[in-house]
Design a protein around this ligand. Structure first.
Ligand code: DHY
Length: 359
């Protein structure tokens, strides 16, 4: 997508992609089991306070930081920009739209160069960086890959009370919109936005926010996702599986949602589609279409809609929540939508029911 200049005259920074996330976790050993032993992420570095992880195709220092803290939370989302001059561009752009910016020196996050941090207008702690330490890319170190090898970070998914406002903010930042879930009354329930040439770098999920809905990692193939399920079954750790495996309607990707030992949600995701042409069409899904989330019409478990990780501001304080004005659930007296509710059709009768729990 082409970045557009704002009214302040400062163009948005040229964001390449979602770059890394920092999660606050309460027990580093338990997290290490989940992310390293189970999911097979590579440890680039670790100390008493944090573990820095990357996936097999990644050559930057990390795509995930697990930092020890008292309460599970999102510490930071980080976008990579196209060069160090774009870190300056981010500072100018956000100052221009009235957002406090904070410049942090190289090494403020181990492996990352001088960067700019903000609490974004949606309430999320976000960093823009370019310089980063390079490490060895393990794409062909098949001797180290397990059957469920993860190749790279794919995207962030954030829960926001006002999806339309968040959509405006991210398109202003130059993101393209690949898909949305809408109704015929101008409500937007969810949206998927990209800078790299895939379906998304960030998705917006309507709900109490700001909260992190999930972080997603990509595998090369479907069988690697299925293998994670089999391993969890074999270890009797199946309770870490929250939703799936299955095929998304939105994005067409194959997916699995896991919950880590602190309850942070991780998606494992593969094979969505190319969005790199400038006229890539936006796909609009009706909230009434039961294939929008699970293409096979499977129930979405209620926790997937209700649960999310609280977020920290730049000083490590938990950001308060706001509730959405419109919830996806109810519309003109009929229970519908991507909020755990659906409509069953029997003959010409429409029967509302709650997915996974008949009412
Ligand atoms: C959907 C959710 C995601 C994603 C792509 C599509 C829609 C859904 O199945 O809920 O997290 O990455």
């Amino acid at each position: 997508p082409t970045a557009t200049a704002t009214t302040t005259g400062n163009p948005p920074p040229d964001v390449i992609r979602s770059g890394y996330a920092e999660l606050i976790v309460t027990d580093l050993a338990a997290s290490r089991w989940f992310y390293v032993d189970l999911l097979g992420l590579i440890v680039t570095a670790e100390d008493d306070d944090a573990i820095y992880l990357r996936a097999f195709e990644e050559y930057l220092h990390h795509s995930l930081v697990l930092r020890r803290g008292d309460m599970p939370a999102l510490g930071r989302l980080a976008y990579r920009v196209r060069g160090q001059d774009q870190v300056d561009a981010a500072e100018r752009y956000f100052r221009g739209i009235g957002v406090d910016t904070r410049r942090v020196p190289a090494g403020a996050t181990r492996g990352i160069g001088e960067a700019v941090r903000i609490t974004d207008p949606l309430g999320f702690p976000v960093e823009f960086f370019y310089d980063a330490e390079h490490t060895e890319r393990f794409t062909q170190r098949y001797d180290l890959h397990h059957g469920n090898a993860i190749t790279r970070l794919d995207h962030f998914n954030v829960m926001v009370p006002d999806v339309k406002a968040a959509h405006r903010y991210y398109t202003g930042l130059g993101f393209g919109v690949s898909e949305t879930i809408i109704d015929d009354e101008d409500n937007v329930y969810a949206a998927w936005l990209y800078r790299k040439q895939t379906v998304h770098d960030v998705a917006l999920t309507g709900g109490d926010g700001p909260r992190l809905h999930h972080i997603a990692f990509a595998t090369a193939e479907r069988h690697q996702i299925l293998h994670t399920c089999d391993v969890l079954g074999a270890l009797h750790k199946e309770h870490h599986i929250e939703r799936g495996p299955g095929r998304h309607g939105v994005s067409n990707a194959f997916y699995l949602y896991l919950r880590d030992p602190d309850g942070h949600r991780i998606e494992i995701y593969t094979t969505d589609y190319y969005t790199g042409d400038p006229d890539n069409p936006t796909v609009e899904w009706s909230v009434d279409d039961d294939r929008r989330r699970s293409f096979w019409g499977h129930a979405v478990v209620p926790s997937w809609y209700t649960d999310g990780s609280r977020v920290h501001d730049l000083d490590g304080r938990v950001v308060p929540l706001s509730a959405p004005a419109v919830r996806e659930a109810e519309r003109t007296g009929v229970i519908v939508g991507a909020d755990g509710f659906a409509i069953a059709t029997e003959g010409d009768q429409k029967i509302p029911f709650k997915l996974g729990e008949q009412v």
